[in-house]
Design a protein around this ligand. Structure first.
Ligand code: CU
Length: 152
């Protein structure tokens, strides 16, 4: 009697495990909180081999500051975050290797301000094209962005 009962118990455990597993796969995982939102992004028209510009609007939806530490792309030799500024009546560009975005802050990139410079474009950018960028943050997260090419 006891010997015969063991397999029954085992079968019940297997059945319970299957039920749990099935329940787990059926229930969809809760979506990860979106810490960074990118909107209204656009890139300039540019020739292949030339320098292009991309402009993003990055919102930090988190309760802690985040820092953009780099941008990468396969569409250009390099992508660099710059800031344009006027000094002594001349326009200058400074690299921004760490762009801090405070909680709830929206950083709006513009042609005359912070921008992503696409150095050595591997192809021409025409209206209707798009550029794929990966935004790298200091917490090791990466946010992919597809940036449409528009006329400014
Ligand atoms: Cu620049």
């Amino acid at each position: 009697m006891t010997l015969r009962a063991i397999p029954v118990v085992r079968l019940a455990l297997v059945a319970a495990a299957c039920f749990v597993a099935a329940a787990c796969t059926r229930r969809s995982a809760p979506p990860a909180p979106r810490r960074v939102a990118v909107a209204n992004s656009w890139a300039r028209i540019a020739d292949s081999g030339a320098t292009g510009g991309a402009y993003l609007e990055i919102t930090n939806n988190d309760t802690v500051a985040i820092t953009l530490v780099g941008v990468t792309t396969n569409d250009a030799g390099a992508a660099e975050v710059h800031e344009s500024m006027q000094a002594g009546g001349m326009a200058h560009m400074m690299p921004r290797t760490a762009l801090l975005i405070a909680p709830a802050e929206v950083v709006k990139m513009t042609p005359g301000g912070v921008h992503v410079m696409l150095v050595g474009l591997r192809r021409a950018l025409a209206v209707g094209d798009s550029v794929r960028l990966q935004l790298h943050f200091s917490d090791s997260t990466t946010v992919p962005v597809t940036v449409p090419v528009l006329t400014p």
